[in-house]
Design a protein around this ligand. Structure first.
Ligand code: ZN
Length: 149
């Protein structure tokens, strides 16, 4: 449904409603009943369509808001994320700590996904999003306390 949920599609619907109002005026407000019914049905249709387009548009705006919030978080973390081995970590005083994040998802889409241990395997970690696998030895967990020593 390309073209839906855009300001232009809302304006098109309202333009349609306006055209109908102009037809009323052009008729000198004298129309037979069936013509009146037809135009009113068209008017209601245009308004309903405009409402639908506006609700799609609102959804689009909310999606964009959520993306802006996420990108703002990414900017905040970008300077603090550091690669170590095959993963990315948050840093404390420039040193990586905590759970490893998927390097593929971070580098490609700036998305932070913690790697999970694969079930029944201590050797392999897997990204829940892209499903890439990593050697656990190259994506260790860093205790933050040890940094303080
Ligand atoms: Zn990933």
């Amino acid at each position: 449904m390309a073209g839906h949920g855009k300001v232009s599609s809302v304006l098109d619907c309202l333009q349609g409603a306006l055209e109908i109002a102009r037809l009323f005026r052009a008729s000198g407000y004298v129309l037979d009943k069936s013509e009146m019914k037809r135009l009113l049905a068209e008017l209601v249709g245009s308004i309903s369509e405009a409402k639908m387009e506006l609700s799609i548009l609102q959804g689009n705006v909310e999606d964009k808001d959520a993306e802006l919030i996420r990108l703002n978080e990414v900017l905040t973390y970008r300077g603090n994320m550091r690669r170590r081995g095959d993963a990315y970590y948050r840093t404390l005083d420039g040193k990586p700590y905590g759970q490893p994040y998927c390097s593929y998802c971070w580098e490609k889409d700036s998305q932070q996904y913690h790697l999970h241990n694969r079930i029944l395997s201590k050797e392999v970690r897997v990204c829940p999003h892209c499903k890439n696998e990593f050697q656990a030895a190259r994506t260790p967990y860093f205790e933050a306390d040890k940094l303080a020593v």
